[in-house]
Design a protein around this ligand. Structure first.
Ligand code: ATP
Ligand code: MG
Length: 415
């Protein structure tokens, strides 16, 4: 019996993978314009890294982690997200000693044990960015502008940017109590999960999708009304800088992120096109995380983009590549000459296709059709004799006679 892949773990096949390559190349290009460098972090980390950073009372740590004990008895987890790993590396390698302002990006798979559905998988991919060492709101606005530019360069009108502020350890506890007080009288409306986390993580009720929680939180107090002077000032300045950059956004006071480490500015890139998988990218400030993980007292801000969801938004676009030239042949000698030309042209940077087995001309032309090559060159006994062959422009329909010489063919094709 054939063996299938594991549920929630996907293959990305040719035809689809070109879209992924385009998304990744766009991210690298845009992020590097903004001064970021790539960091490659491992897939496996100590379980404690995530329980300490993401928080024990979050969905991820409570129920979504792929954790196991390895053969040496170590408790390890396949990373569910990238920020904790990047900060672990930042501290471990004392990157901050060289420059506290690190600007890093990463891409790769993440693992969460969730119910697989469209836009939600157990192995999924994120492209993320992390900027450390700057508390100033300029960096908040710059990061959000970079994220917006990434989506704009992909040619996507969706998603759009929503921002909020979650305050800091000075003002959030006050808000938490106010919210708990508000929810107390409506606790019977809350879903099982939100009742359970009423004490540990009451803010989650604000963005819970269950109808009861939405009803219960109607008219709830807003974090924005509870921000301390510093947080309120930071939020106002962030908005000013966004305006200066011409980066559009809306404020969503109910946005709470599912990870404990966020402070102040939080944000999501949201779409209406993917049902309840509406967040295509998400992130925020984490001014206490680095010290929480045993590093210096440095602020940070970052985000992660869900690549599968971006690919879904790009579904209609065709990224498949077409070879520049297909060489069709008649006869063994012509086939050998075509082989020589193909290799010579590929060495010179042209993408060329040839039917390896030199089947009938009809079946070769069918392959040429399938490849949708820009040009076709047909070589038979006559062409070999005169040393030239017809080169057909498949888009324009025009045809020219070219010498069977790689340099001259290259010149014709590249124009
Ligand atoms: P959601 O609310 O959809 O569960 P999240 O808040 O758990 O998202 P984050 O941890 O902030 O998501 O991750 C950032 C981005 O990664 C999300 O906005 C989403 O695009 C993507 N993402 C998260 N979980 C998954 C998953 N299981 N499958 C595919 N993409 C995911
Ligand atoms: Mg989630």
């Amino acid at each position: 019996m054939a063996i299938n892949g594991v549920k929630g773990f996907n293959d990305i096949l040719p035809g689809e993978v070109e879209k992924w390559q385009h998304i990744e190349a766009t991210a690298r290009r845009v992020f590097e314009l903004y001064g970021l460098s790539e960091i490659r972090i491992p897939i496996l980390e100590s379980t404690e890294l995530f329980s300490r950073s993401i928080g024990d009372a979050t969905d991820i740590v409570e129920k979504e982690m792929y954790s196991f004990v390895d053969k040496g008895g170590n408790k390890v987890t396949m990373r569910p997200e990238g920020t904790a790993s990047v900060m672990r590396a930042f501290i471990e390698h004392k990157i901050h000693a060289k420059d506290p302002v690190a600007r890093l990006y990463y891409l790769g798979p993440m693992f969460r044990y969730e119910r697989p559905q469209k836009g939600r998988y157990r192995q999924f991919h994120q492209i993320g960015a992390e900027l450390t060492g700057v508390a100033a709101p300029t960096v908040d606005a710059h990061v959000l502008t970079m994220l917006t530019q990434f989506f704009a360069e992909l040619g996507l009108a969706e998603p759009s940017l929503q921002i909020n502020s979650l305050g800091c350890p000075a003002c959030r506890p006050v808000y938490r109590e106010a919210l708990k007080g508000f929810l107390l009288g409506r606790i019977e409306l809350l879903c099982e999960d939100c009742v359970r986390r009423y004490e540990t993580n009451p803010l989650r009720a604000l963005d819970c999708k269950s109808p009861g929680c939405q009803e219960a939180t109607k008219g709830a107090p807003s974090m924005l009304d509870y921000l301390c002077t510093d947080c309120s000032d930071h939020f106002a300045k962030t908005r000013n800088f966004l305006d200066l950059a011409g980066t559009g956004y809306s404020i969503n006071e109910r946005m709470v992120r599912g990870l404990d480490y966020y402070t102040r500015t939080t944000f999501e890139m949201v779409t209406g096109l993917l049902g309840s998988q509406s967040a295509v990218a998400a992130g925020g400030r984490y001014d206490g995380l680095i010290s929480e993980l045993g590093g210096p007292q440095l602020p940070g801000i970052g985000f992660a983009i869900g690549v599968e969801r971006v690919a879904l938004l790009l579904a209609e676009k065709d990224f498949s590549r077409r070879p520049e030239l297909f060489i069709a042949t008649m006869g063994e000698k012509a086939h050998a000459e075509a082989f020589r030309l193909m290799v010579e042209l590929q060495r010179r940077g042209l993408s060329v296709e040839l039917d390896y087995e030199g089947k009938s001309l009809k079946s070769q032309m069918r392959r040429a059709d399938k490849f949708k090559s820009r040009f076709t060159l047909i070589i038979g006994e006559d062409e070999l004799g005169r040393g030239t062959a017809p080169l057909k422009d498949m888009d324009g329909g025009t045809q020219v006679e070219v010498a069977l010489d790689a340099a001259l063919i290259l010149k014709q094709v590249k124009g």
